[in-house]
Design a protein around this ligand. Structure first.
Ligand code: ZN
Length: 142
């Protein structure tokens, strides 16, 4: 949602992340723990978002409904992180490339729909948890 350069490294973010690294390795759990520890416990998990016509759109990983802020925590492999650009599995290449393409298209479609409805969408990649959490914190403290 922002084209700015990633924010400067925040020692606060770093400390929270490091402190929890050994117990919670799942990226989504890390972000949730980080939000709680940073004083933003009011999020919902997998909160259902419908369009104006009442049609189901998606359930983001983390949502702040009052702020209309949807947060997706993406694993680099399944969601095809542009930074990591991980190679495809060696067998069943067609199957995997189609599957991944669908994942990426679905992500784009969801984001586009949400933004069209006035939501802010913040995506945090598994490989950039600290940067993603830093910029999330900046959004929340506005
Ligand atoms: Zn990545």
């Amino acid at each position: 949602m922002t084209l700015e350069a990633p924010p400067a490294f925040s020692p606060a973010v770093h400390n929270v992340m490091i402190a929890n690294k050994s117990t919670n390795t799942k990226p989504e759990l890390l972000v949730r723990r980080f939000l709680r520890n940073s004083g933003f416990p009011g999020y919902r998990l997998h909160w259902r978002i419908d369009g104006e016509d009442g049609k189901y759109i998606c359930r983001p990983d983390i949502t702040f409904p009052g702020r209309k802020l949807a947060i997706f925590v993406h694993g680099c492999f399944w969601h095809r992180c542009p930074t990591c650009n991980l190679s495809l599995p060696k067998s069943n290449v067609d199957y995997w490339s189609q599957k991944f393409q669908k994942n990426v298209e679905r992500d784009r479609r969801k984001e586009k729909t949400l933004v069209g409805l006035g939501w802010s969408v913040h995506t945090i990649w598994e490989c950039e948890i600290e940067d993603g959490a830093s910029s999330l914190l900046r959004i929340l403290t506005i």
